[in-house]
Design a protein around this ligand. Sequence first.
Ligand SMILES: C[S@@+](CC[C@H](N)C(=O)[O-])C[C@H]1O[C@@H](n2cnc3c(N)ncnc32)[C@H](O)[C@@H]1O
Length: 234
Amino acid sequence: MTVGDWNDGWERLMARYQPGRAQAIERMIELVATRCEGPAPRVLDVGGGTGTLCSRLLERVPGAEVTLVDLDPVMLTIAGSSLPPSVRVVRADLREPDWTALLPDTGYDAVLAVMALHYLPPGRLTELYAELGGLVRAGGFVANVDDMPDGEAVASAVDDGEDLWGTWWSQVAEDPVLGPAVAERTRLFGESPSAEWHPPAEWHLRALEAGPVDEAAVAWRNGAQAAVVAFKAR
Ligand SMILES: C[S@@+](CC[C@H](N)C(=O)[O-])C[C@H]1O[C@@H](n2cnc3c(N)ncnc32)[C@H](O)[C@@H]1O
C-alpha cells in the first residue's frame, strides 16, 4: 500500500460525514470554471486535506495555479504524494494570524475551503475570513462549504456511534510511513476530538461581509450543508 492509497479511505470517511460531498465539490469547481477569467486561475484551498478538491479542480481546469494549505502532517504527506508537482503544498496553521506570510502568492482568483473551518472559534473565523478576503484580487471570491444549519448555531464534537473517524486514524497510525506523522498530528492538535462550531449560513455571510469582500450569498445547499461565496468588487 502506498501513501496515496490512503486517499480512497479518506474519501469514504468524508462521504460519511458530508452528505452530498461530490456535489459540493463540483459546485466549488464550477464557480472557479465559470467565474474566474483566463485559463490559469490562481486558486488557494485552505484546510485542503489530502487534496481532493485540488485534484478534481485540475481535471476540469488543468491550467489552474493551485496552492493547498493545511497543518496536519498526515494530510500534507498524502497530498504531497498524490497531487501533481505543480500544486504548491504549504504547511501553515490557520489559527495563527501570520499564516498568510507562508503563502507563495497573493492576488488569488479564488480562495476555497471544504469542511475545514468549523474547528475555529467565532472570533478567529471572523478574522480568518477577513484574511482570506485580503488574499483575493478584485473580481475574485472566497467560498466555503461546511455544515451551516438553518436556525441556531450548533456546537459539537466528533462523535460517531461507529467511531469511523477513530478507526481510520488508528489504521493510519499503523502505517510505517504515516505513523510518525500521526504522532506529530497529536502534538499539534491534541488527543481529544476537536471541538466543532457550526453557525448558520447567515452568520457566515455577515462575517464574510465584515471583511474586504462585497457581495456574500449562499451558492449551494443540501440539507445542513451549504456553500457561501463572497466576491470582491472590481
Ligand atoms: C475534515 S478535513 C477536510 C479536508 C479537505 N478540505 C477535504 O474536504 O477533504 C479538515 C481539514 O482542515 C485542516 N485543519 C484543521 N485545523 C487547521 C488549522 N488550524 N490549520 C490548518 N489546517 C487545519 C485539517 O488538517 C484537515 O485537513
